[in-house]
Design a protein. Structure first.
Length: 196
């Protein structure tokens, strides 16, 4: 179980673990998946297992699964059909059923430190072929509050606003403001913002 705030790298870490073990990664969100989806993944995992390929099942926001849905995963974790990596922003001791938790290790991730976030933004700027002013960087790091996703989304929006010029404080402030304006109660960002 990977427990940490939004943007702390839970999904990225799950992908890296699957790649490192040369396992097949199947990712799903507990917000949209149900027992039927789990059954399908398990059936596919059985076929792959017979061919010698392990399956890592990554369930984002596993705390959103109810007890019955979590119970449905348990036998397949126990028999090794799937290796489960659950990601949650909530304390797993309260949100994950005891039998599943007892077969797991919990790794607590923290919000990213400023230095780590700055490295991520610098790599993102290189990918975007963009440069950012020192005060723009400071504002972006401050506005992200340790969340890599917020920082990278802000960088991408600021780069679009800069239109090939250096990203300035004004671009970053506008980008972060636009990001907040996109937030609405029914939108996808609602759960990220509420759980932050």
């Amino acid at each position: 179980m990977l427990w940490g705030p939004p943007g702390s790298g839970k999904t990225t870490l799950a992908g890296l673990l699957a790649a490192e073990t040369k396992a097949r990664l199947v990712a799903m969100s507990a917000v949209t998946a149900g027992v039927a989806d789990l059954r399908k993944v398990v059936a596919e995992a059985r076929v792959h297992r017979r061919a010698g390929l392990r399956t890592v099942l990554f369930i984002d926001e596993i705390h959103r699964f109810n007890k019955a849905q979590q119970d449905a995963i348990l036998p397949h974790v126990e028999d090794g059909t799937v290796t489960l990596i659950g990601a949650t922003t909530e304390n797993p001791s309260f949100e994950v059923i005891a039998p599943l938790l007892s077969r797991s290790r919990v790794f607590r991730l923290e919000a990213l430190e400023r230095e780590d976030l700055e490295k991520i933004v610098e790599r993102g700027a290189v990918e975007l072929d963009a440069s950012i002013s020192a005060d723009g960087m400071d504002a972006l790091l401050e506005g992200a509050r340790g969340d890599a996703r917020v920082a990278l989304n802000g960088l991408e929006t600021a780069a679009a606003l800069a239109a090939g010029d250096q990203i300035t404080l004004d671009h970053v402030e506008r980008a972060l403001q636009e990001g907040h304006l996109l937030y609405d109660r029914a939108g996808d960002q609602h759960y990220d913002i509420v759980s932050a």
